[in-house]
Design a protein around this ligand. Structure first.
Ligand SMILES: Nc1ncnc2c1ncn2[C@@H]1O[C@H](COP(=O)(O)OP(=O)(O)OP(=O)(O)O)[C@@H](O)[C@H]1O
Ligand SMILES: [Mg+2]
Length: 235
């Protein structure tokens, strides 16, 4: 395991000793509005700043990747520049279907189409926001786990760092409860009520191949994006 994929979120890079280990498969989870898309967007733009190429696949209810450009416009995050330079390549469901000639519905479809998606850009980074819907058609959690594993194995054949967004579900950290087992890392964005306001936090639940901070650190969302106060304590 060589090198790090910096996230561009300074405090988080410190927590993880430089960012995600390169060529790893990482999950990011959190409740609605916890900042998952913002984190992913900053990760993509930071790649571009370092001359690395990102494929960013939007697979959620918003579905259209131009929504992401609209989201970025609220912040001083130059996503549009990175897109213009071809450093960040945005795809949504429909774009991917056009490209692969098949409807994308689950992890196995994605496993089959990943080469088509990645090859033209020789991507260094892959983001999928989110994978939470890709297992819902499976009959059992074991089937989800198997198809997710097949997908992750396929990702590992490429030289790139993947960031897969999932979501909290019921009392679980992740949508299927298996992401934290099959991935190399799980980063958790907390968004909880404290008295009359919502408090944001981040912690690294797991990260293979590296030492890392295990504390819950406060985060703030500002016009510059996500800021991690990695000297602060939440508990
Ligand atoms: N300019 C801003 N300054 C401060 N906070 C902001 C600003 N713009 C957005 N926010 C907050 O940041 C949150 C961004 O969340 P983001 O969309 O990244 O969350 P998410 O976890 O991806 O949510 P979802 O579950 O809907 O996908 C918004 O819900 C809002 O509360
Ligand atoms: Mg989101």
């Amino acid at each position: 395991m060589d090198g790090r994929a910096s996230t561009g979120i300074a405090g988080f890079d410190e927590m993880s000793k430089g960012g995600f280990p390169q060529n790893s498969v990482n999950f990011l989870t959190g409740d609605a509005g916890s900042g998952k898309t913002l984190f992913a967007m900053q990760f993509a733009v930071e790649g571009g700043r370092r001359g690395e190429t990102t494929v960013y696949l939007t697979v959620n209810d918003m579905a259209e990747s131009d929504t992401l450009v609209r989201v970025a416009e609220q912040y001083d995050i130059p996503l549009d520049e990175a897109v213009e330079k071809g450093l960040v390549n945005l795809y949504d469901y429909d774009a991917l279907k056009d490209r692969t000639g098949q409807g994308l519905v689950d992890f196995d479809d994605l496993t089959r189409s990943i080469d088509t998606l990645l090859a033209p850009t020789d991507a260094d980074r892959l983001i999928i926001d989110s994978v939470a819907g890709l297992g819902i058609a499976e009959d059992s959690i074991n089937d989800v786990r198997r198809s997710m594993l097949r997908f992750i194995r396929r990702l590992r054949e490429n030289d790139m760092t993947a960031l897969l967004v999932t979501e909290m579900w019921d009392d679980r950290l992740t949508r299927y409860g298996v992401e934290e087992h099959v991935g190399d890392s799980l980063v958790v964005l907390g968004f909880e009520q404290k008295e009359n306001q919502m408090d944001r936090s981040i912690h690294i639940r797991k990260m293979r191949f590296t030492d890392h901070d295990t504390s819950f650190r406060p985060i703030e969302i500002t016009d510059e994006g996500m800021v991690v106060h990695n000297e602060g304590q939440v508990f």
